[in-house]
Write a protein that binds this ligand. Structure first.
Ligand code: ADP
Ligand code: ASP
Ligand code: MG
Length: 810
């Protein structure tokens, strides 16, 4: 004999019920079948009861809707109107709700009666429908067989009486024997229920007592997964688990199976399979006693969303006899389930995690128990804090493995999830942590990625700035997306995108090929809203990318880094402000596990900063830097040969897009100053912008101008000056380069005539070059040379920073 249990979604629609009939028909064995209420109905019944109890007449229309839904299902399946059995149940339902409404009171007894209606109706529909399909089926009212005490809402089964009644019933079993799940009754025939999700338990009791050969739990997922698939999209399916692991997973919220339900099957050693009603070909998850050795370290990650922490504390608890015994007894008498004990009861306090819904009950019970001691200040008032969740790593192999908890807390910390309490189950099959409810989604996903390595890692980007560089970056990402996913297990998504006018957020990622239309349909941009949205979606592995030149945006970095979100940017403002601010950003990122990367600040996509960082990290020391850091200036002095006026060369460079929109920014040398400043700081030295000496090649008259046009005029007037610079260099066989230097502890920028033996002599086009003289590269400097400007190369530098983060354990 087999026991088959079908959950709410499995009987949630006519289609589903037809599917169930097929599954049942496919069995040759005798079947004991248990069914839940039609999906969602129990929740509706709870609402109806509560609404009536609050004296609200709306309960009637809610009730009507429930009735109609069942009537319709019946009619569509059986192709006939329901008979009096059906309407008798509805009438009882209406009567009791009316009573509750009149009295404005919902006793646990009435609540159970109301909540039992769902299973009673669903099984009636199934029975009549199965008969039309030629299935030999008998419907048993579970209330006559499953005997419980009168702990309404969560009744305890009297196994002895239940067994007697079932053995009697078994004698006349037909091919298919259907029992409504969840519902039971006291010896006095008062309807009780076994707790939410209790149909699993009904089925397990039947399986255990009737000594079934197999117990199948039919639900809406392929089996037990490594995490709740609604929260972790990448959760994968577990083929085989031990009872212990399944128990542990379900204890911490894997609600596919209800924890007590395993117990009766476990005692009898009956194998359990979890199967998908909507995908019956799938093998499902097998739960057995045997233990197969080469299992993974971690079997799954479970979570309970809504937890309250209850704390009993007081300095004089020391010496109060049995206070922890009394604490637990009070909770248990009030039927409050302690999910985890967050610390071994110290002498001064004890904290436990309970279901958030039970916090009121817990508080009342504890206040009564400790009333006198609280009144006399011997202990503190009971503390209850809401809005927590629990996450638990579960796996039997964890027992002898060091480092699991270290990895868990490291990963959570890096993602800014703070841990309020930790507990290791005495079985050592789980490590659980209490975290804020708002961090649950992030924590689960990041742990899942960390412990189930084969899975791809998701990186979430928040980008401000869609100018030339921003566009190029998104296009490169779109081109590389599939490659990165396949070869590097990186799934990079843009979650938030903005330009100066508009912004758009998409929790699952903005389609990379359609970002422009998504952004166009976005809402008005403000930096505050953007940041707030980014914090609110609260995703793991988040990176903020600033592709603007805005001071306002740069001012946000510190706060963002503090939220454990890394920052990547070509914007030089933050790294070139006062040294203290720069150091503050660095230490902030260290402290909060985020990173601040700005490779493109110097020489666009050339790996200048990353190389420098590697040198410094590995113990090398930079003592001198020589560099050509402005592609624009290289172009100007390469082009200028005295035949065309210098001002016309500037205009040409501007036309070609090689200058800033205001070319004065390039010509004044401030951009170069910023870059050398960053190189000096990243080498480990202290330096301020104003410490860097600037020897301008512009004559005095060009330093003040009211507009770009005015500037052009002034430059034109000084043509002779530029020509002389050129001719003098030429006479020496040299070329002009604007060189940035760090030497003898001093930074400078100035025009130099370099001869043919100098490595700068042959710089082409807009190339940049950097020479690092270090302890290790002393006579022959480390040279980095290549295109140092342009949207594409800058975008690729940003990309490199993103990948660097993706491949680190961010
Ligand atoms: P039923 O109505 O069939 O009893 P439930 O809704 O009670 O179904 O349980 C099945 C649901 O449990 C799945 O749809 C899934 O969303 C959720 N769930 C939570 N954790 C897990 C997990 N680790 N593996 C599988 N499902 C899980
Ligand atoms: N119908 C009940 C509930 O929703 C029992 C069950 O489905 O297991 O909790
Ligand atoms: Mg369930």
């Amino acid at each position: 004999m087999k026991v088959l249990k079908f959950g709410g979604t499995s009987v949630g629609s006519e289609e589903a019920i037809r599917q169930v009939a097929k599954i049942v028909q496919g069995n040759v064995d005798q079947i004991v079948m248990v069914s839940s209420a039609v999906g969602g109905v129990t929740d509706q019944l709870v609402e109806i009861g509560d609404t009536a109890a609050r004296g609200k007449k709306e309960y009637e229309s809610l009730l009507e809707a429930v009735k109609l839904r069942h009537e319709q299902m019946y009619y569509n399946l059986v192709e006939n109107k329901p008979d009096t059995n059906f309407y008798d149940i509805i009438e009882e339902f209406e009567d009791i709700c009316r009573g509750v409404w009149l009295l404005r009171e919902l006793t646990p007894r009435s609540a159970d009666f109301i909540h039992s209606i769902g299973e009673r109706l669903s099984t009636l529909i199934i029975t009549d429908f199965f008969r039309t399909q030629g299935i030999d089926i008998t419907l048993y009212d579970s209330r006559k067989y499953i005997v419980t005490d009168d702990q309404f809402g969560n009744a305890n089964v009297n196994f002895k009486l239940t067994n007697e009644r079932l053995q009697e019933a078994k004698k006349s079993f037909t091919k298919v024997n259907l029992f409504p799940g969840f519902v039971a009754a006291t010896e006095e025939n008062e309807t009780t229920t076994l707790g939410r999700g209790g149909s699993d338990y009904t089925a397990a009791i039947l399986a255990g007592l009737l000594a079934a050969d197999h117990f199948e739990v039919w639900t809406d997922v392929d089996g037990l997964m490594t995490a709740d698939p609604r929260i972790v999209k990448k959760a994968h399916f577990i083929e085989h688990v031990s009872y212990e692991e399944a128990l542990e997973l379900s204890h911490f919220g894997a609600k596919v199976i209800y924890p007590p339900s395993i117990q009766p099957a476990l005692e009898k050693g009956i194998p359990i399979t979890i199967k998908n009603t909507f995908n019956p070909e799938q093998k499902g998850t097998l739960i057995t006693k045997e233990w197969d050795e080469d299992k993974q370290l971690i079997r799954g990650i479970s979570s309970i969303k809504d937890i309250a922490l209850v704390t009993l504390s007081g300095s004089s608890m020391v010496g109060i006899p049995k206070f922890s015994y009394r604490f637990f007894r009070a909770l248990s008498t009030a039927n409050v389930n302690v999910i985890l004990i967050t610390q071994a009861s110290s002498e001064h306090s004890i904290t436990v995690g309970i279901d958030g819904k039970e916090s009121g009950r817990a508080l009342r019970a504890l206040n009564t128990e400790f009333e006198e001691m609280i009144a006399t200040n011997r202990i503190n008032p009971i503390e209850i804090e809401d809005n927590f969740s629990i996450i638990a790593l579960v796996g039997s192999n964890m027992r002898n493995q060091v480092g699991v908890s270290g990895q868990m807390f490291n990963v959570l910390g890096k993602n800014g999830v703070s841990i309020h309490a930790i507990a290791q189950g005495s079985s050592e099959r789980n490590i659980s942590a209490v975290i804020s409810k708002e961090d649950l989604h992030k924590a689960l996903n990041v742990l899942h990625e960390s412990f189930f390595l084969s899975l791809t890692k998701r990186i979430n980007l928040f980008i401000i700035g869609t100018g030339n560089v921003g566009k190029a970056f998104i296009n490169q990402l779109a081109q590389q997306f599939t490659f990165l996913k396949k070869n590097h297990q990186l799934n990079i998504k843009i979650i938030g995108l903005a330009n100066s006018r508009q912004m758009h957020f998409e929790k699952d990622g903005i389609p990379l090929s359609k970002w422009e239309s998504y952004l166009a349909e976005g809402v008005a941009f403000t930096k505050e809203d953007f940041i707030q949205n980014m914090y609110d979606v609260n995703l793991r592995n988040s990176i903020f990318i600033d592709i603007t030149a805005s001071e306002d945006i740069a001012a946000l970095y510190a706060d963002i880094l503090k939220k454990s979100i890394s920052v990547v940017t070509p914007n030089k403002i933050a790294a070139t402000g006062p040294q203290t601010d720069y150091l503050n950003l660095k230490s902030m990122s260290k402290r909060y596990g985020s990173q601040f990367l700005f490779e493109t600040n110097v020489c666009a996509g050339l790996p200048v900063l990353s190389t420098l960082n590697d040198l410094v990290r590995s113990g090398d020391q930079v003592h001198q830097i020589e560099a050509v850091l402005s592609g624009t200036l290289v172009f100007l002095f390469n082009e200028y040969d005295g035949t065309t006026k210098f001002v016309d060369v500037i205009k040409k460079a501007k036309e070609l897009g090689f200058t800033e929109p205001d070319p004065r920014l390039d010509l004044f040398g401030s951009d170069v100053k910023r870059k050398i400043l960053i190189l000096i700081r990243e080498s480990g030295y202290t330096c301020e912008y104003d410490d860097i000496e600037l020897n301008s090649f512009l004559p005095e008259s060009c330093m003040e101008s009211s507009s770009v046009e005015d500037f052009y005029e002034k430059v034109e007037k000084e043509e002779a000056h530029f020509k002389k610079l050129y001719e003098d260099a030429k006479a020496k066989g040299a070329r002009l380069k604007v060189v940035a230097k760090y030497k003898d502890g001093h930074g400078s920028v100035g025009l130099e005539a370099v001869d043919a033996t100098h490595p700068f002599y042959n710089l082409e086009g807009k190339d940049n070059i950097v020479l690092f003289y270090t302890k290790r590269y002393d006579d022959h400097p480390m040279v980095i040379k290549g295109a140092g400007a342009g949207a594409e190369v800058t975008a690729s530098g940003i990309f490199a920073d993103v990948l660097r983060l993706g491949q680190s354990d961010m």
